[in-house]
Each structure stands twice: as structure tokens, then as C-alpha cells.
Design a protein. Structure first.
Length: 253
């Protein structure tokens, strides 16, 4: 990567790398930890494909529409997370989740490391395709779908926690859009039961805790049960992809 892009090795020095307010040493720590872990976890062939192109973790055919969850290097938002999960509808990217494997201490977690979510949003102009995806995929919203995929990746990597950046520390945060940022991040992770640290980071164990079905209105329980089963299958499929790829691992040179 550095041979093809010399700036790649110094990207952690960019303004607001990953999170507003990280020190240079924290940025460097996250950057180095992430790539050391990828290097130790993934076979050479898969790692090269993820960094240079992208891989399909799970494809979901449904009638005339085809849905796929893919994983690749974050582009062009290089400072908003090292890897990006993408929901594609008929090949087009409609929703993204960017994350980095970071030391637990930088997000005030007691575990040794966490997957830090730094970007979770839909692509402008894709509202119709997002609607198609929701209707076809058991009424599961794209952000919840990508979070299920991320839990599968965490489990395959042996990472026990997922953290998320609060709205006000997003690299692209703007006061004029404060309400939208809060809804996309703070409200979502609070609803999912993430706890909040003193500096505002949201954290949760993997897998996420879920409300008991008995707490859901009787008429909605069957649909909720189907949605949970679908998300669980997504989580398992993504974990299985990583696990199967890791079995093919060859020594890195």
C-alpha cells in the first residue's frame, strides 16, 4: 500500500483522523494496532483483496434485486475509518459503516481492543434503493443490517466489544446538522443499549443485548422474531466468511 501511495503510511497525521479530539499518539496507536491485527488475522490473498478492491462477505439474492454486504478499504473518506462495510443493491452502494480495530483504552473500554464505528450513513440519492432493501430484507433497516455484519466480523476476529463515536466527535460533524447527527448516532446507540463513557464514546459487548420478546407488544412479536433471526443469520454468514478465509491462511512474507 505504501509503495503505491506513500502518503498511506502517514494518514493518521491528517486532521481529525477517526475522531475529533484524538491526540497524535492515540491516532498512531489506532492506526498501528489496526494494521498489525489485520496482518496477523487474515491470509495474504484476502488482505490484499480487501485493501486493494473489496470482498463480498454475503450475498442475498431476492427476486429481481440482489443485495450484497461487502468489505474493503475506506475510500474516499480515508480519515473516517480504515475499513468500510457496504450494503450494495444491484451493485450500487446505498449504505456504509466504517470502522477501525483500536486499543480498548482509547475508547475507555476495559477490554484489550474494540471495533470503533466512525461512520454509519446512507448514500445521498439512494432513498429508493434503501426502501427496496428494507422491504425485501424483512423490514430490517440498513444500519441494523450492517451492525449485524459487524458483530460477525468482531466474533471472527475475537474482538469482544464494539464502540461508536458520539455525534459531536464525528469528523464531519456540523452544528447546523446537529439534530441529524444526534439521531444517526447518539439516539441509535442509546436505543441499542450501548453504555456511554465519560468522554461520550458508546460501547457494547459482542453480541449486543436484546430486549426480551415479552417486552414487545404481542401483535409485533412474530415480526420481531423474524427480524432477529434474519440479522442473526447475517451475523453468522459474515463470521463464517472470515473464519473460512482464515483457515486458508498461508505464511505472510
Amino acid at each position: 500500500m505504501v509503495q503505491s501511495n506513500p502518503r498511506f503510511g502517514f494518514k493518521f497525521l491528517t486532521d481529525n483522523y477517526l475522531v475529533r479530539g484524538f491526540s497524535t499518539s492515540e491516532c498512531a496507536s489506532c492506526y498501528l494496532h489496526h494494521y498489525k491485527r489485520l496482518h496477523s488475522l487474515l491470509p495474504d490473498r484476502l488482505l490484499r483483496q480487501i485493501l486493494q478492491e473489496e470482498v463480498t462477505l454475503h450475498a442475498i439474492p431476492d427476486g429481481s434485486d440482489r443485495f450484497a454486504l461487502t468489505l474493503g478499504l475506506s475510500r474516499p473518506y480515508d480519515n473516517e475509518g480504515e475499513l468500510t462495510l457496504r450494503l450494495r443493491v444491484d451493485g450500487d452502494i446505498v449504505y456504509v459503516l466504517s470502522f477501525t480495530i483500536v486499543p480498548g483504552e482509547v475508547v475507555e473500554s476495559t477490554v484489550s481492543e474494540a471495533l470503533l464505528i466512525t461512520r454509519l450513513q446512507g448514500i445521498k440519492g439512494c432513498y429508493q434503493q434503501i426502501g427496496i432493501a428494507i422491504r425485501a430484507l424483512h423490514e430490517v433497516a440498513p444500519n441494523r443490517l450492517l451492525l449485524s455484519a459487524l458483530q460477525g466480523i468482531a466474533e471472527a476476529f475475537g474482538v469482544r466489544a464494539i464502540a461508536a463515536v458520539p455525534a459531536c466527535r464525528q469528523t464531519s460533524y456540523k452544528n447546523a446538522a446537529a439534530s441529524a447527527f444526534k439521531n444517526e448516532y447518539d439516539n441509535l446507540f442509546s436505543e441499542l443499549g450501548f453504555s456511554m463513557s465519560a468522554t461520550g464514546f458508546f460501547t457494547s459487548d459482542v453480541p449486543f443485548n436484546q430486549k426480551p420478546l415479552t417486552s414487545i407488544k404481542r401483535g409485533h412479536r412474530l415480526r420481531a422474531k423474524k427480524r432477529r433471526a434474519f440479522k442473526h443469520n447475517i451475523q453468522l454468514a459474515c463470521a463464517r466468511f472470515i473464519d473460512n478465509s482464515a483457515m486458508d491462511r498461508e505464511p505472510l512474507h
